[in-house]
Design a protein around this ligand. Structure first.
Ligand code: OAD
Length: 235
């Protein structure tokens, strides 16, 4: 009989992609790649100027296809040898998938996908040759399409599934997030009592009130190397 692997749940934010050259949000004074976040990542912003929002995500896609997964993404793949690893990410990039992680849930949508304006369940993947969209873009079914991004002021459809996964965790690891955006930040509350929590971030948010947290004040790749050693020793 094979022994079941412990369940390792990762909650990643923008910091895990920083070493791949993708800027984080709050390290730039509320600007996201020089745009005010609420202009390009909110439902109000999209209503006010859909052309600007499409153009913004067109630029992000062009940047993403030139970015590569970094050691942090790769270490999470290596951990699959010994753990049943679930990645829950707030990131809209596809670097976890390109590194080879097998279970990735995107809480805030995916840059390389678009979805119907009128039917949120109708989603299409973009073809690498046609990454530009505009307010006139129609999908294969004829629907007007928008970036597959969960804007501020919109519900987060994947949060229930994410909470279910976190509640199964034997070990929970938070990497590179400022823990300010809810409901994602609230996933910490879904961890079962007594389950060890690690938080890897060079500039971590306060974790006051959360028990069993070990803060590793390092970049994602350095911190994950350290965590791998800790887990190895604890076996
Ligand atoms: P933030 O930009 O708020 O936080 C990034 C975190 O990464 C900070 O805590 C940094 O200290 C940390 N960091 C920076 N460099 C790092 C490195 N090399 N290694 C590890 N950590 C590093 O990003 P998020 O918390 O992910 O939402 O932001 C949450 C959401 O707000 C995003 O998903 C996005 C944004 O508005 C949407 O787009 C809907």
């Amino acid at each position: 009989m094979t022994k079941e692997k412990p369940i390792l749940v990762i909650s990643s934010g923008a910091g895990i992609s920083a070493e791949s050259g993708i800027k984080t949000f709050r390290d730039a004074d509320g600007l996201w790649e020089n745009y005010p976040v609420m202009q390009v990542a909110s439902a109000d912003g999209f209503r006010a100027n859909p052309a600007l929002v499409h153009q913004f995500y067109n630029e992000r896609r062009k940047q993403l296809i030139h970015a590569q997964p970094n050691d942090a993404h790769r270490i999470l793949v290596e951990l699959e040898k010994d753990y049943d690893v679930y990645v829950i990410t707030q990131n809209v990039d596809d670097l976890h998938e390109r590194a080879g992680s097998s279970k990735v849930l995107h809480l805030h949508g995916e840059l390389m996908k678009i979805r119907s304006v009128s039917d949120p369940d109708y989603i299409e993947s973009l073809d690498i040759e046609h990454l530009e969209t505009s307010p006139e873009t129609r999908g294969r079914r004829g629907d007007l399409m928008r970036p597959h991004i969960v804007f501020f002021q919109e519900p987060v459809p994947m949060i229930e599934e994410a909470a279910r996964i976190v509640s199964m965790a034997d070990i929970f690891v938070v990497i590179g997030t400022s823990l300010v955006v809810y409901p994602a930040a609230g996933l910490l509350q879904c961890v079962r009592p007594g389950v060890p929590i690690y938080y890897i971030d060079p500039n971590p948010a306060s974790t006051a009130g959360v028990s069993d947290v070990t803060v590793i004040r390092k970049t994602a790749s350095q911190g994950l190397r350290e965590l791998k050693d800790i887990l190895e020793k604890g076996k």
